[in-house]
Design a protein around this ligand. Structure first.
Ligand SMILES: [Zn+2]
Length: 198
């Protein structure tokens, strides 16, 4: 009984070795950026050099907070949105940023207004985060078609929810169909949605 079992386990090891040593990938250089054509939004990956003047850099990973607050959307995030917007247009969807970069003062004003409307800081935070927590003042959050375009606008946002990952854009919260952030590298799967901001 012992011999056949040994043979079987050797065979298993041989198979798993064969599976784990798939060639090629070891030689592939890592992607250092994705470059989108300004005119069409179509993009390519690069493993060396930089994007051309006719292209915009989308970045090769999630886009995170910088060291200091910017005063506009982070350029690579904006470029991702522009590329996605062009692709959406081809499918008959119109995307519009209804709120993007916000100053800390504006975020504070919106937050205070939400506290009045929702009755408490905790309830308000599910919809409008305080300035130190929100990604809008960091230039890495956009609201799409919120309050504009009616059902069509919402459908367009749903298109972005489904296809945004191709451009590294993800819907982040279950309670906000309009809110998107650059949470992944272009083409990577978006993380599971959070129920609401907190
Ligand atoms: Zn938002």
């Amino acid at each position: 009984m012992k011999a056949p079992r040994l043979v079987a386990s050797i065979a298993t090891v041989a198979i798993s070795l064969a599976l784990t040593t798939v060639p090629a990938s070891a030689n592939e250089a890592p992607v250092i950026d994705y470059c989108a054509k300004k005119t069409t939004g179509k993009f390519r990956s690069i493993t060396e050099g930089a994007c051309t003047k006719k292209e915009r850099s989308l970045g090769a990973g999630p886009i995170v907070r910088g060291e200091t607050h910017p005063n506009a959307l982070v350029p690579q995030f904006k470029a991702r949105y522009e590329a996605a917007k062009m692709a959406a247009k081809k499918k008959g969807h119109t995307l519009a940023i209804t709120s993007g970069y916000r100053s800390l003062e504006r975020q504070e004003m919106l937050y205070q207004r939400a506290i009045k409307r929702h009755g408490s800081a905790a309830e308000a935070s599910k919809w409008v985060l305080p300035p130190e927590k929100s990604n809008h003042p960091w230039g890495i959050a956009i609201d799409i078609n919120y309050g504009v375009g009616g059902t069509k606008g919402k459908k367009a946002a749903a298109w972005l929810e489904k296809n945004g990952y191709l451009y590294g854009l993800c819907r982040r919260y279950e309670n906000e169909w309009w809110h998107f952030e650059p949470l992944v590298a272009p083409g990577q799967q978006c993380p599971v949605m959070e129920p609401y901001a907190s």
